[in-house]
Each structure stands twice: as structure tokens, then as C-alpha cells.
Design a protein around this ligand. Structure first.
Ligand code: NI
Length: 258
């Protein structure tokens, strides 16, 4: 059995409505050490916290995703702050910039991203960052505000990864490293120092091969770890063990198994 810490999941998603309880119940028997369930707006952040109250191994992150910022009202930041005080909340996320889906509101995206980073710094919490087609603006903001955290589902080049590492941040890799056309993610995986790697699903999305196109789940991270191990010339266990330790360190989680 593989021991796995999934640093990015959305088990509140409707894709899990039919069998959420059965699936999450099964994880305690299938090696899932921890899951961070990420919010994308107030409602999903509340659902993340609820899940973290129901399952010992689930932790929550609360925040506004760039695609959902139209729902952020003038009190959104204090609502996020309020939710973040929950004892199972370990991060502000997922937050960031996405110029792939929406690029007509860049200034608004940058403002809300920056405000949430400043909040995370004030609360001494890490951030979980979504950055798509926006690496330059993301880096500029990160260099200015220097949060601790992770670039999740990292889609940048080795050059961008180097900049992220200089900031002391982590890089999250998932199903994309197993895809047939995965040249750049694999270059990043090969280059990335093991002590900065986090593993993630982003479920229900981003299923690794051989489940590509199907609904993703935390146990499938085995296939991601195997691919990363292959390019780094390590064992799958070495990759998993180190990535799990990294997750506990970044999110300041005490491992009850140690
Ligand atoms: Ni996500």
C-alpha cells in the first residue's frame, strides 16, 4: 500500500455527490494520510471546513479562485479571515491568476490575489496558488509579498520553477506528468529538488494515466509518484515519503503516525 498526502483536492465538487461518503470512508484503509480540500469561493470554503470536521485526515484551505472573483463582495476578505480561524484550516487557497479562462479582468484578479496573500502573511498561513497563462504577473506579486506556499498544478517551465524555488516556495505536481505530451512537466519533475515537491490530484480533474479523462481521486497519486520516481531515478516510496514530509512541514501539520 502507498502512503499518500494529497495537497490539493475538491471533494466538495458535485462529481462526488453520488458516492462521496463511501469513497472518503474507504481512504482510511487505502493509505491516504492527508488531504487538503481547497475552497474556490465562500460556499466551497465552508464545505471544505465541513469535510475537515467530518474526517480526521482532511484539512481545509479557504479562499477565492480567480475564476470565481465575481462572487467576492466587499466583505469577502473578512469572511475568508473568519473561516481561516478554524483549527483544521491550514492555508489560504486556492487563490491566484488565470488569464486562460478570463483575461478581461486582470487588474481585479491581481487585486484580489494580492489582498489574500497579504491576509495569509498576516495570519502566518501558507498560500495555495493557481497560475494559468499568468506566470509573469504571478511571480511579480510573489516577489513583492513573499508568502510561503505552493504553486499548485505547476504548468511553467524549468526557468519559472527556478524563480519559484528562489522564493522558498514549493511546486505541486499531479496527473499532468503522466500525460503523453508531458515534456515540460517532466523536465520540471526531473529538475525539481525533492524537498520542494508536493503531490496533488486537483480532483475531480487531472486524472493521471491510466485514468486520464475519468474522475480523479487521491489514491491515483501513486501513478504520479511512479512517473516522477522514474525521471529522478528514485523509488516510488522515496518520492512519496519525501513529498508527504514536505506537505506536513509546509502546512504545519503534526503527523499523528510519528
Ligand atoms: Ni484546484
Amino acid at each position: 500500500m502507498d502512503f499518500i498526502f494529497d495537497t490539493h483536492a475538491h471533494y466538495n465538487d458535485k462529481a462526488f455527490n453520488e458516492d462521496r461518503t463511501a469513497l472518503l470512508d474507504s481512504f482510511s484503509e487505502s493509505g491516504i494520510l492527508g488531504v487538503i480540500n481547497c475552497g474556490t469561493d465562500i460556499e466551497s470554503s465552508k464545505k471544505s471546513i465541513k469535510l475537515s470536521e467530518q474526517y480526521d485526515f482532511i484539512y481545509s484551505a479557504v479562499g477565492f479562485h480567480p475564476e470565481d472573483i465575481s462572487k467576492a463582495n466587499e466583505n469577502y476578505l473578512s469572511e475568508i479571515e473568519e473561516l481561516s480561524h478554524h483549527k483544521k484550516c491550514v492555508a489560504i487557497g486556492e487563490i491566484g491568476l488565470d488569464y486562460y479562462w478570463t483575461k478581461d479582468n486582470k487588474e481585479e484578479q491581481k487585486r484580489i490575489f494580492t489582498e489574500q496573500i497579504i491576509l495569509a502573511n498576516k495570519l502566518n498561513l501558507p498560500v495555495i496558488i493557481h497560475s494559468r497563462d499568468a506566470h509573469n504577473d504571478t511571480l511579480e506579486i510573489l516577489k513583492k509579498h513573499k508568502p510561503k506556499g505552493v504553486l499548485h498544478c505547476f504548468s511553467g517551465s524549468v526557468e519559472i520553477a527556478k524563480e519559484v524555488l528562489k522564493l522558498g516556495m514549493y511546486i505541486g505536481l499531479g496527473g499532468a506528468v503522466t500525460f503523453k505530451n508531458a515534456r515540460i512537466p517532466l523536465e520540471v519533475a526531473e529538475f525539481l529538488p525533492l524537498d520542494r515537491l508536493l503531490l496533488e490530484t486537483d480532483c475531480p480533474y487531472m486524472s493521471p494515466v491510466p485514468f486520464r479523462g475519468k474522475r480523479n481521486q487521491s489514491t491515483y497519486i501513486s501513478h504520479v509518484a511512479e512517473k516522477i520516481a522514474e525521471v529522478k531515478n528514485l523509488t516510488k516510496e522515496e518520492v512519496l515519503t519525501t513529498a508527504n514530509k514536505n506537505a506536513l512541514r509546509l502546512f504545519n501539520i503534526k503527523n499523528s503516525n510519528e
